[in-house]
Write a protein that binds this ligand. Structure first.
Ligand SMILES: [Zn+2]
Ligand SMILES: [Zn+2]
Length: 238
């Protein structure tokens, strides 16, 4: 059976599952626990509830799949999240490293009418301020900045991990989606881009794993590591 309305907690899990699927990461309880930084028993209980409510099914290999209803709910929450973020930056002028947590709160309480109004208010914008497509299916593949060789041209596509303290760090470095330049140096500690405007911007190597770019020449595509869904503060050197 399918309930008409998912709870806030269910929507949070559906959203995380959608992010995993979008990043081509296995939809498993272990990856959900890692991404949401929750304990395995907590996640196990909620996965059971999502299954009972008709949002997901589970295969014998523990792999989770969306039902049609689950996919629609997940896609809706993710779409509202990204739309709200774009509205907050472009219409209200809030810095892009401060909108993720706000969107987390507002995405559960939005009527279709408000969604329509917000969509009209953001004009031509097609992504959230971190580069994720508002409408599902419009995602460019990209490669991790960490894989790009020195001398290659780069175009920043998106930040894969929207943890707000990571976004604060990225904001301080000066990197942002849409920026173009070339990779001037890559060491096991630090990756540096020289932008077309002549600025030198550096991020730690572990953060460069979470930044998707289009590069020329391009390294082969690869799936992000599940570990990169969560980056503890000490891992990006602050
Ligand atoms: Zn966000
Ligand atoms: Zn975003």
């Amino acid at each position: 059976m399918t309930t008409e309305h998912a709870t806030v907690a269910e929507e949070e899990y559906l959203q995380t599952l959608f992010w995993l699927q979008e990043a081509s990461l296995p939809m498993t309880g272990a990856n959900v626990a890692r991404a949401m930084q929750l304990s395995a028993p907590t996640v196990h209980e909620m996965i059971g509830r999502l299954e009972r409510d008709g949002y997901i099914t589970r295969g014998s290999n523990k792999a989770i799949s969306f039902t049609d209803s689950g996919f629609d709910h997940a896609e809706g929450v993710v779409r509202r999240h990204r739309l709200i973020e774009r509205f907050l930056t472009d219409v209200l002028g809030i810095p892009w490293d401060e909108v993720h947590e706000e969107a987390e709160r507002l995405e559960h309480a939005m009527s279709p009418v408000l969604e329509e109004r917000m969509l009209a208010a953001i004009g031509d914008a097609k992504t959230c301020p971190h580069g994720h497509p508002i409408v599902g299916g419009a995602r460019l593949q990209g490669v991790p900045l960490a894989d790009v060789q020195e001398g290659a041209s780069v175009h920043i596509l998106r930040f894969e991990n929207e943890a707000e303290d990571l976004l604060h760090y990225l904001k301080e470095t000066g990197l942002e989606p849409g920026l173009r330049g070339s990779l001037s140096s890559s060491t096991p500690e630090l990756v540096t881009i020289t932008t077309d405007a002549g600025d030198e911007l550096s991020v730690t190597f572990s953060v460069a794993e979470t930044v998707s770019v289009v590069a020329d020449p391009s390294p082969p595509p690869r799936v992000a590591l599940p570990e990169q869904l969560v980056l503890a503060r000490e891992r990006y050197g602050r």
